[in-house]
Write a protein that binds this ligand. Structure first.
Ligand SMILES: C[S@@+](CC[C@H](N)C(=O)[O-])C[C@H]1O[C@@H](n2cnc3c(N)ncnc32)[C@H](O)[C@@H]1O
Length: 426
């Protein structure tokens, strides 16, 4: 059977996370087709899509592919589908059984950016609506003007999956895949995990829960094992790790950050009914964090840590692009901190244990000023692992990796973007 994963805005990160998690869960897939919007896979077994949707921060929707329809390059999408959406087909293959007024949505995802699709969701939706109109009330939910696909919030708010279906067309130049949405990302819950926390720290900045989840997944650690965030701030990575089923340790040099983490994690534990003993946070300098882990091993709280996942200290935040001199100075200062910290991490990481870390990348329009070299870390005894393995990278021509194989996570209007780097202890 075939499934399609709709990738998030930072699609290279979403793809890296998806491939890592499917691999870790031992799910064998074949890539059928892909673009920066969507990845279609073939799987011999049914996929645990609910678990994947809950646990993959970078996946916006999971679809089940229903059919493949050929199309001439010159045909419009709706023209190629005019004999496809028959009432019986729509009812058996797409719509959820529902006795009230049916609500359905139409979204189009492109496999090739040159396929013309403007206005197509409406045209496709209208003839599905006409086909269904005879027997039951029907409401069509369409993407916003200028968009081809429904946002997951619109799918959820309109109860489209409960009262009908989101019918998707994944369009290439000469073929169309029809698909129905199995699940969408729970945007409300991610919002709660971010904005409803009692303590926030706008000054230092907090990593969004979705990105924290992606980074934890990229660490490639089995559920139940322990991970450390040695620059934990107010605890975003800790909470997301606990939710994914890991034991989490957090430390930060700042007492206020640790007090904030404790308050947030207590709120989180109650909100998500997490048993006690799944996390531990403590004040510590990342450059001297090994005793914290060693003590916990000594008292039997953990067997050791399997990986480190962290948004490292990023240096000053800026409202305007800083001068090159300032950037050079920041990189220099951070190099000193990171070097000592990575030296310390060697003491507590197992061989092949990963460090997934955000480091700063300064963004000016579409260009980034990146850390000039990361040899000062690899020289200590680490390999830099590319976010997408070189054996499969050629299948994803759209993937945007830096020259050293890292991924950049950025947000609009943010000067200090995050370069996500994966190191593996040799
Ligand atoms: C970018 S913030 C991390 C924010 C965190 N990811 C969150 O979502 O709350 C970086 C943190 O590194 C901490 N820090 C700076 N230098 C440190 C050091 N030497 N050892 C440990 N923590 C340090 C700061 O106090 C700050 O809380």
């Amino acid at each position: 059977m075939q499934y399609a994963f709709v990738l998030g805005r930072v699609y290279t990160l979403s793809l890296a996370e998806l491939l890592q998690v499917l691999g870790r869960l031992g799910i064998e897939i074949k890539i059928v087709d892909s673009s920066h919007e969507v990845v279609i896979v073939e799987s011999a077994q049914p996929l645990p899509f609910e678990k994947l949707q809950r646990e993959l921060g970078g996946i916006v929707k999971i679809l089940k592919v229903i059919d493949m329809v050929s199309k001439r390059e010159t045909d419009s999408i709706n023209f190629a589908l005019q004999n496809y959406f028959k009432p019986a087909k729509i009812k058996t293959d797409f719509l959820k059984k529902y006795s009230g007024k049916i609500q359905f949505g139409v979204s189009i995802y492109l496999l090739d950016p040159t396929v013309l699709a403007f206005g197509e969701p409406k045209r496709v939706g209208m003839f599905i609506k006409r086909a269904l109109q005879d027997d039951q009330g029907v409401r069509l939910v369409l993407p916003e003007f200028n968009s081809l696909a429904l946002a997951s919030v619109v799918v959820t708010k309109n109860l489209v999956l409960e009262k009908g279906a989101e019918i998707c067309v994944i369009a290439g130049k000469t073929k169309l895949y029809t698909a129905k949405t199995l699940s969408v990302q729970d945007f409300e819950d991610y919002g709660r995990r971010d904005y409803q926390r009692p303590i926030r720290d706008e000054l230092q900045g907090m990593i969004p829960p979705k990105v924290a989840q992606s980074m934890l997944n990229i660490a490639n650690v089995k559920s139940g094992e322990a991970m450390l965030d040695p620059f934990c701030g107010i605890g975003t990575i800790i909470q997301e790790g606990v939710l994914l089923g890991y034991k989490m340790l957090g430390s930060d040099i700042n007492h206020r950050a640790i007090a904030g983490s404790e308050t947030n994690l207590e709120w989180f534990r109650n909100r998500y009914k997490i048993p006690k003993g799944k996390y531990h946070v403590e004040v510590a300098d990342a450059r001297a964090v090994a005793p914290l882990v060693e003590n916990l091993v000594k008292v039997g709280a953990i067997k050791g840590i399997s990986a480190i996942v962290t948004e490292g200290y990023l240096g000053p935040m800026y409202g305007q692009f800083p001068s090159m001199d300032e950037i050079t100075k920041n990189f220099h200062d951070l190099e000193v901190l990171y070097k000592d910290s990575f030296q310390e991490f060697l003491k507590i990481l197992p061989s092949k244990g990963r460090v997934v870390i955000c480091i700063p990348a300064y963004k000016k329009s579409r260009e980034y000023a990146l850390f000039p070299s990361l040899d000062f870390i690899t020289d200590l005894g680490y390999n830099l692992v590319t976010a997408i393995s070189p054996n499969v990278l050629s299948k994803f021509s759209f993937a945007k990796l830096t020259e050293r194989g890292t991924v950049i996570y950025d947000r609009k209007d943010q000067i200090v973007a995050r370069e996500i780097v994966i190191f593996e202890k040799i």
